[in-house]
Design a protein around this ligand. Structure first.
Ligand SMILES: [Fe+2]
Ligand SMILES: [Fe+2]
Length: 267
């Protein structure tokens, strides 16, 4: 089974919306063209959150004008820049949206659990007790190969601003999934069939192996951050946007990063 992992498109209400010197709409338009031109089979596309930049239904409608051109099914989970209910209404046509948007996708003999990890204090992440309970129930030792996806990073990444929060940020603000220890406990029983935990949010591609589990992020489609060891605050990188191609099978997982051509900084 093979899918594309995309993340952090940060679309605004209008196509000319600018985000820190880039045009997210143009970046997503490029991505859509590239994904539609892929010459290999892909089962679906998974978006790991920050679909829009400003929580509004208008921005989801703008994003939709591009995302609905994709030729494969797209699954979404919300990030800290998303409003889960607005996302369900304006992007997915769900009439009675849920407050927390978790789902299980079954495709090609693989199970993919997506989690809504939005925390009470932006930009941090938190899973609610009932979500952890539900996750634990899903993470039985036996079953199909499993992938778990969420927006916030559930591991430390050896970069001060990602692990502790930016040095210049007000107290209490942080980037990580706060209850990552409980998350790891919940998923541990499924370790033998768990092929990887995928995330977005940090606008940089990372690979971490902790307790024998692979944790991997995709680059943002729109704009990247540097996250060097000891770096105290986020710094915008000039690296281009991109996506990951993820292949999952009985033996393991292959995560391949691909970068888009970098757009000129303007608008
Ligand atoms: Fe983001
Ligand atoms: Fe985020």
């Amino acid at each position: 089974m093979r899918f594309i992992h995309i993340t952090d498109t940060h679309i605004g209400p209008t196509p000319d919306y600018a985000l820190r010197g880039v045009n997210p709409y143009r970046a997503l338009a490029d991505l859509v063209d590239q994904l539609n031109a892929l010459t290999f089979d892909v089962d679906f596309i998974l978006h790991s959150g920050d679909i829009v930049d400003d929580f509004t239904e208008e921005s989801y409608r703008t994003a939709r004008t591009l995302l609905e051109k994709l030729k494969r099914p797209v699954y979404y989970l919300p990030g800290n820049h998303d409003d889960a209910k607005a996302m369900q209404r304006a992007l997915l046509d769900i009439k009675r949206p849920k407050a927390r948007y978790d789902q299980v996708i079954r495709s090609g003999g693989v199970e993919v659990i997506t989690l809504d990890s939005r925390g009470p204090l932006d930009p941090g992440g938190l899973l609610l007790p009932q979500q952890l309970q539900w996750l634990q129930e899903q993470c039985k030792p036996k079953g199909d190969p499993l992938v778990i996806a969420l927006h916030h990073q559930p591991v430390h990444l050896d970069s001060y601003w990602l692990d502790q929060g930016g040095a210049s940020w007000e107290a209490g603000r942080f980037m990580v999934l706060k209850n990552h220890t409980e998350f790891l406990e919940a998923i541990k029983p499924a370790r033998k069939r768990l092929r990887g935990v995928l995330f977005g949010h940090i606008h940089c591609a990372f690979q971490v192996v902790e307790q024998g589990i692979l944790f991997a992020s995709a680059p943002s489609v729109a704009m990247q951050f540097y996250s060097w060891p000891d770096q105290q605050d986020p710094i915008i990188s000039e690296e281009p946007g991109g996506f990951n191609v993820v292949t999952v099978n009985e033996d393991g997982i292959i995560v391949r990063q691909h970068y888009l051509k970098r757009q000129a900084i303007s608008s």
